[in-house]
Design a protein around this ligand. Structure first.
Ligand code: ADP
Ligand code: MG
Length: 351
């Protein structure tokens, strides 16, 4: 884990807007050949040659998307970048630049924003992206971060949500539900801390879950891996809201249905044991938890051999004709309609 380390407190007004921007951006020299002009002019200038440009924005609001009671600012900076890069990878592209909009109240000292930028810098370094601009302003209450990510892909490589065909295989990377269970652990510890501020939580057993919540990694490795395997997904999306709502997006955009098999959903053992502890159903958590930042895609049946033995991938279902609907096939072989948040356990359909 990366640690939060600010001790001194410098008031934002001491630096002024330009002093603050200079301080926050001093380590952000560009490194990519596609960055022609970075921070310091009215706009950044980029050159993606004969590729198509990918652009995506995400907005994170304190109290809505994050809680600073358990989210260290350095992690928040890192995660804010991941959330955006994940969307570029979901288009099967390469992420190259970001811009960062920040609004914060004077409750935050300069050192807090430096922590936030330490996380952003770390993400930029590991993911090989340039921070090429942004905007900085005050807010009456709380912290707001808006990041825009840019990237590129060859025209023929771009994968949309809309290309899935009946009989395509539905594939997911990594495992699901861990970030949500990490949040449950952190919420529980926050509640314990409120009652007893001297409590020393032992969170060792939950390391993986907490890391997945506080320091998620976007799947930068997947677009090049797909290329190496000679695989072009027919549709793709990243998992931010939860498996079921992302599957529904693919189905609706592609005009197909789906059979998702409960026993194929990849779960880490830590998720299974935390679900037992919290008396939650692990399938529900995988379907509805969200914030996994894994990639969900469809491939033609013929590509089965390229997928089947790869530890990055789990085949979790297959697409159908739209009129067959969108279903979860349970371990007990019951078909249940998928809904955006999990599935509707009340409504069983006859075959
Ligand atoms: P403008 O008045 O044109 O909006 P600013 O004075 O706000 O310009 O910003 C000066 C430069 O610093 C610009 O290149 C802008 O993109 C960059 N910048 C401003 N705020 C940030 C930030 N929070 N992070 C990174 N770059 C920033
Ligand atoms: Mg500005």
């Amino acid at each position: 884990m990366i640690e939060d380390s600010h001790q001194s407190r410098t008031n934002l007004s001491e630096l002024g807007e330009f002093g603050l921007i200079d301080l926050l951006t001093k380590n952000l020299a560009p490194k990519l050949s596609s960055t022609i002009k970075s921070i310091g002019d009215d706009a950044a200038v980029l050159d993606f040659k004969d590729n198509q440009t990918l652009v995506t924005t995400d907005l994170l609001v304190e109290g809505v998307h994050f809680d600073l009671a358990y989210m260290p600012l350095k992690h928040l900076g890192y995660k804010a970048v991941m959330v955006n890069l994940s969307d570029v990878y979901a288009m099967n592209g390469t992420a190259t630049q970001i811009t960062i909009g920040i609004a914060c109240s004077n409750r935050f000292p300069v050192e807090a924003l430096e922590e936030l930028y330490a996380g952003i810098e770390l993400a930029a370094k590991i993911y090989n992206i340039d921070v090429v601009g942004g905007d900085t302003t005050s807010s009456t209450k709380g912290l707001l971060i808006s990041i825009t990510a840019l990237g590129y892909a060859k025209k023929e490589d771009v994968v949309y949500r809309s290309g899935a065909k009946p009989n395509d295989l539905l594939v997911v990377t990594g495992d699901l539900g861990a970030a949500y269970m990490g949040l449950q652990i952190l919420e529980r510890e926050k509640a314990v801390f409120k009652v007893n501020p001297n409590s020393q939580p032992d969170l060792d057993a939950y390391t993986y879950l907490i890391e997945r919540q506080l320091k998620p990694e976007a799947r930068k490795d997947i677009p090049p891996l797909l290329k190496d395997l000679g695989l072009r997904p027919t549709s793709m999306i990243d998992i931010s809201d939860g498996l079921s709502s992302e599957i529904i997006h693919l189905c609706k955009n592609s005009g197909v249905g789906v059979n998702l098999f409960e026993d194929k959903i990849p779960l880490d053992p830590a998720v299974i044991s935390a679900c037992e502890e919290f008396e939650l159903d692990s399938t529900t958590i995988a379907l509805s938890g969200g914030e996994d930042y894994e990639l969900l895609f469809t491939v033609a049946q013929e590509d089965f051999e390229k997928i089947k033995a790869n530890p990055n991938f789990s085949i979790i279902g297959h697409m159908t004709e739209a009129r067959e609907g969108m279903h979860l096939v349970t371990r007990g072989n019951t078909k249940i309609p998928l809904i955006a948040k999990g599935w509707n356990a009340m409504e069983k359909e006859e075959d």
